[in-house]
Design a protein around this ligand. Structure first.
Ligand code: NAD
Length: 363
C-alpha cells in the first residue's frame, strides 16, 4: 500500500482466483467479505485480476506485470491456490504468482495457524492450537534464492543442483515476528532446524533466532530438529504454541499440523510484510476435486479473516478486527456441528452450502 493507512479512503482488496478449486473458494470468500463489509461498514472495494491458466490463455503469462502493479496499489490481496506444478517453464509464461507476490512485496512472514474446533476430534492426539511462523522469502525455493536467474540449474544432463539461501536479516525478522506472536499467545517458542546437517545455513538461522531470543527473555524457548518435530507433532501436538522455522520446513510441517487439526481445508494463512499482506490458504489447487462443489472454503475464508485483522491493527480500526473475529466465530459454528461440515471433514455439504450457512451465522 503506497499511502499511509487511514480510515477514510475505501479499502481496495485485490482478488486473484487462481486455478483448480481457486475460483470456487475465492467466490465463497468474496461473498463472506461482502457481508462483513455491510455489517461492519468497512468500505471494501474489490478489484479482480486473472492469474494462472486463465491469464496464460489471455496474456501469455500466468502472472502478468499488471497484476503486480495492481497488488502494489491495493490495501490487501486475496489469492486462490494456483496449479504451479502444471505450469509451463518461465520462458513459456509459467510464473508462480504466489512466489512472485511474496518476493516482490517482501511478504516475509507466512503465519499458519492450526487449531482444533469444538466437537471436531483431531485426527491424532489431543487438541492442537499452534501457529507456524514460516520464513517466506528465501530458503530452498529456486525462485527465491537468486538476485538474477534460477536457484536450480543443471551443469550437465546428469547433474541437477539446487541452491538454498539463508540470510541473517530474513532469519532475524521472522524470529522477531514469531516471538512477538508468542507473547500474544501462550508465550512459548519452538525453533525448528536441521543444523546437525546444514551446519552453515541452518546454523546461521539458529544463531539469528538465538540472538533475537535475548530481546524476549520471558518467552519459554526450545529447539527441535525438523525430522523429530514431524514425529512430535503427531505424538503431542498440544505441547506447541509458536513454531518458527525456515521456508520449506514450515511449508511441510504446516500441512501436517492443519491435517492433525482436521483437514487442509481448514488451513488458513496470511503472508505479511511491513507494507503489504496477502490472504492465502495453505493448501494447493486440489485438482482432484476442482469444479465439483466439494472444496472446503474455510481455509481461504479464515485467511481473509486474518487479513482483516491485519488491516484493522495497521489502520487502528477496530471494525476490521471485529469483522475478522466474527468470521472465525461463524467458521467455528459451521465446523463444530457434523451437519454443517464439508466432505473433507466427514460431512456431506458442498462449498456453496457451507458458505451460505456461514453467512447465515454471520447475519
Ligand atoms: P493440494 O493441497 O492441492 O491437495 C492435497 C489434498 O488435499 C488433495 O486430496 C485435495 O483434494 C485436498 N484439499 C486441498 N485443499 C482442500 C480444500 N480446501 N477442501 C477439501 N480438500 C482439500 O496439494 P497437491 O495436490 O499436491 O497440489 C495441487 C496443485 O497445487 C499443484 O499444482 C501444486 O503445485 C499446487 N500448490 C499450490 C499452492 C498455492 O497456490 N499456494 C500450494 C501448494 C501446492
Amino acid at each position: 500500500m503506497a499511502q499511509s493507512p487511514s480510515s477514510s479512503h475505501p479499502v481496495t482488496l485485490l482478488c486473484l482466483k487462481g486455478d483448480g478449486i481457486g475460483p470456487e473458494i475465492t467466490a465463497a470468500t468474496q461473498s463472506v467479505l461482502n457481508v462483513v463489509d455491510s455489517l461492519y461498514g468497512l468500505g471494501l472495494r474489490f478489484e479482480t485480476h486473472d492469474v494462472g491458466f486463465v491469464s496464460l490463455e489471455k496474456s501469455g503469462s500466468t502472472f502478468p506485470q499488471s497484476v503486480l502493479d495492481a497488488a502494489k496499489k491495493a490495501d490487501g490481496i486475496v489469492i486462490g491456490p494456483v496449479s504451479t506444478n502444471d505450469y509451463p517453464p518461465a520462458v513459456q509464461g509459467g510464473v508462480n504468482p504466489s512466489a512472485a507476490l511474496r518476493k516482490n512485496l517482501d511478504l516475509y512472514a507466512n503465519i499458519r495457524p492450526a487449531k482444533s474446533y469444538p466437537g471436531l476430534p483431531p485426527r491424532v492426539g489431543d487438541s492442537i492450537d499452534l501457529v507456524i511462523a514460516r520464513e517466506n522469502t528465501e530458503g530452498f525455493y529456486a525462485d527465491r534464492s537468486m538476485f538474477e536467474g534460477s536457484g536450480e540449474f543443471m551443469p550437465t544432463e546428469d547433474l541437477a543442483v539446487a541452491v538454498r539461501k539463508i540470510t541473517r536479516k530474513a532469519s532475524e525478522r521472522i524470529a522477531r515476528t514469531a516471538f512477538a506472536l508468542a507473547r500474544q499467545r501462550r508465550n512459548k517458542i519452538t525453533v525448528v532446524h536441521k543444523a546437525n546437517v546444514f551446519r552453515l545455513s541452518d546454523g546461521l538461522f539458529l544463531e539469528a533466532v538465538r540472538d533475537v531470543r535475548q530481546e524476549f527473555p520471558d518467552t519459554e524457548y526450545e529447539e527441535q530438529i525438523v525430522d523429530a518435530m514431524a514425529a512430535l507433532l503427531i505424538r503431542a501436538p498440544e505441547a506447541y504454541d509458536v513454531i518458527v522455522t525456515t521456508n520449506m520446513y514450515g511449508d511441510i510441517l504446516s500441512d501436517e499440523a492443519s491435517e492433525i487439526a482436521g483437514s487442509l481445508g481448514l488451513a488458513a494463512s496470511l503472508n505479511a510484510g511491513d507494507q503489504y499482506a496477502m490472504a492465502q490458504a495453505q493448501h494447493g489447487s486440489a485438482p482432484d476435486i476442482a469444479g465439483q462443489d466439494k472444496a472446503n472454503p474455510a481455509s481461504l475464508i479464515g485467511s481473509a479473516a486474518m487479513l482483516l485483522r491485519w488491516l484493522g491493527e495497521r489502520r487502528g480500526d477496530a471494525r476490521f478486527v471485529s469483522a475478522g473475529d466474527a468470521i472465525d466465530v461463524a467458521i467455528t459454528k459451521m465446523v463444530s456441528s457434523p451437519e454443517t461440515r464439508t466432505v473433507d471433514l466427514g460431512g456431506t455439504i458442498g462449498t456453496k452450502a457451507f458458505t451460505e450457512g456461514l453467512i447465515a451465522n454471520l447475519s
